[in-house]
Ligand binder design. Structure first.
Ligand code: PGA
Length: 269
C-alpha cells in the first residue's frame, strides 16, 4: 500500500468531542450558531459532533444536515442488568452515527482496557454505526521511546474483533495523552509518522485495502490555527477536537482550514 493513499480517496473528517460539557439548552445554542455558519462548512468534508448522551436526541434535528452526531461512549452488551450503561441500539435509535471508543479519559479515569475497547468497537460496528477507536501514548511511554509500540498494540487489540471490511469503514484517532487539553502538540511530521505506523499496523493485520480506506485522525490541542498543518500530512485524514469544538465559530474556522489548498479535502492526490 502506498503511504498516504494516493489512489484511495478518504473523505476528510472534522470531529468535535464535547466531553462533559453542554446542557441541552447549551447544545441547542451551539446548533443554532453552527446553523448560521453552515455555508462555511465545505461539502467535501464530513463533520461530527460527539455530544453527551443527554443532548443526543435534539442534535440530529437541530444541527445542519451535513453535521452528524456522535456519542462519547457505549456499553457492548445489547441489554440487561448494567445499571448506568447505554446500549448501541439506544444510540442508533437517536440517529447517532459515530461512537468514540477507548478515549484516554475512559482508559485513565474509568479504567477501560483494550479488551473492552475491542468489544465496544465490535458492538458499534455490528449496530451499523462507525466506531472511532482512540489510541495514544502517555508522556512516560513517549519519553521511553515506546510511542509506536504502544500505539500499534492499542490499534491491533482494539480492532481485533472486526472483519477487514468493518475496519475499512472504521475511524482511528491518534491522540497523544500528553497533548490532550495541554496546548502542547507533536509536530505535524511526528504525528504523521505515528499515523503512518498505525496504517502499517492495519495493513499487517487486515490487508492493504482496509489500511488504505480506514480514516485516521490526529487529536490533542487541535485549534483553528494548527489544524491545517496536521491535515496536510498524507496519512492524517482529519482531527478529533475537544476544547476548540465547543464554540461554533471556532468549529467553522476549523472547517474552513480543512478546505485550504494543500489540505487535500478527500480529493485524490
Ligand atoms: P483537546 O481534546 O482538543 O481539548 O486537547 C482532544 C480530545 O480529548 O479528544
Amino acid at each position: 500500500m502506498e503511504s498516504g493513499g494516493r489512489y484511495v480517496s478518504r473523505r476528510k473528517l472534522l470531529m468535535g468531542n464535547w466531553k462533559m460539557h453542554k446542557t441541552v439548552a447549551e447544545a441547542r445554542s451551539f446548533a443554532e450558531a453552527l446553523g448560521q455558519r453552515s455555508q462555511r462548512l465545505p461539502e467535501h468534508v464530513d463533520y461530527v459532533v460527539c455530544a453527551p448522551f443527554t443532548a443526543l436526541h435534539i442534535l440530529p434535528v437541530m444541527l445542519p444536515t451535513k453535521v452528524a452526531v456522535g456519542a462519547q461512549n457505549v456499553y457492548f452488551e445489547a441489554q440487561g442488568a448494567f445499571t448506568g450503561e447505554i446500549s448501541p441500539a439506544m444510540l442508533s435509535e437517536l440517529k447517532t452515527r459515530y461512537v468514540l471508543v477507548g478515549h484516554s479519559e475512559r482508559r485513565q479515569i474509568f479504567g477501560e482496557s483494550d479488551e473492552w475497547a475491542a468489544r465496544k468497537v465490535q458492538a458499534v460496528s455490528d449496530s451499523g454505526m462507525i466506531p472511532v477507536l482512540c489510541v495514544g501514548e502517555d508522556l512516560s511511554e513517549r519519553e521511553a521511546g515506546r510511542t509506536e509500540a504502544v500505539v500499534r498494540g492499542q490499534v491491533r487489540k482494539g480492532l481485533s474483533l472486526l472483519t477487514a471490511q468493518a475496519v475499512a469503514a472504521a475511524v482511528v484517532a491518534y491522540e497523544p495523552v500528553w497533548a490532550i487539553g495541554s496546548g502542547k502538540t507533536p509536530t505535524p511530521a511526528e504525528a504523521q509518522a505515528v499515523i503512518q505506523a498505525i496504517r502499517a499496523e492495519v495493513a499487517d493485520a487486515f490487508g492493504s485495502d482496509a489500511a488504505g480506506a480506514v480514516r485516521i485522525l490526529y487529536g490533542g490541542s487541535v485549534k483553528p490555527a494548527n489544524i491545517g498543518a496536521f491535515v496536510a500530512q498524507p496519512d492524517i485524514d482529519g482531527a478529533l477536537v475537544g476544547g476548540a469544538s465547543l464554540d461554533a465559530e471556532s468549529f467553522a474556522q476549523m472547517a474552513e482550514a480543512l478546505a485550504q489548498p494543500g489540505v487535500g479535502g478527500g480529493q485524490n492526490g
